[in-house]
Design a binder for this molecule. Structure first.
Ligand SMILES: [Cu+2]
Length: 153
């Protein structure tokens, strides 16, 4: 009887963990195709928070980059400039778009060339301790490609 009880308890903990992750949804995750010598590249996605409380993205990590940062591109004196962000807040029941020219995840020092069709695994870390592995699809540059390598960090 004792064993059944502890198994039940373990099951409940698992369900609770899964539920809090499921309330966070990542849609349309992609990174731009890049050569092996790229200095940095942006990762983009729509982060959807289906829960009833604010969720805060505080970090991201990936085995394919030396370093991963959260950035926001702003215009200053007609120049695009990237500002590191400590966090990205997603209000309850809403979504935040990480997109070229705005908030993005920056993969700094990619360790390999990325070709369209490849997948890049990035783990998103939230303030409440939830981690969310996301598979980003590599796509060819679209429209006005912003060359991150030319921007000052
Ligand atoms: Cu950036």
């Amino acid at each position: 009887m004792k064993m059944i009880k502890s198994l039940l308890l373990a099951g409940m903990v698992l369900v609770a963990g899964a539920a809090s992750a499921a309330e966070l949804m990542v849609k349309d995750a992609w990174v731009r195709e890049a050569p092996a010598n790229a200095m940095a590249l942006g990762a983009f996605a729509t982060l959807h928070n289906g829960s009833d409380k604010m969720r805060t993205l505080v970090a991201a990590r990936s085995a394919i980059a030396n370093k991963v940062e959260l950035h926001k591109t702003i215009m200053e004196d007609n120049l695009a400039k990237m500002v590191p962000q400590e966090k990205v807040e997603i209000a309850a029941g809403s979504e935040v778009k990480l997109q070229p020219g705005g908030l993005h995840i920056m993969l700094i020092g990619p360790k390999q060339a990325l070709k369209a069709g490849d997948k890049v695994e990035v783990v998103l870390e939230f303030e409440d301790g939830v981690t969310l592995p996301v598979s980003f699809e590599v796509r060819k540059g679209q429209g006005m490609a912003m060359n991150h390598g030319h921007m000052s960090h």
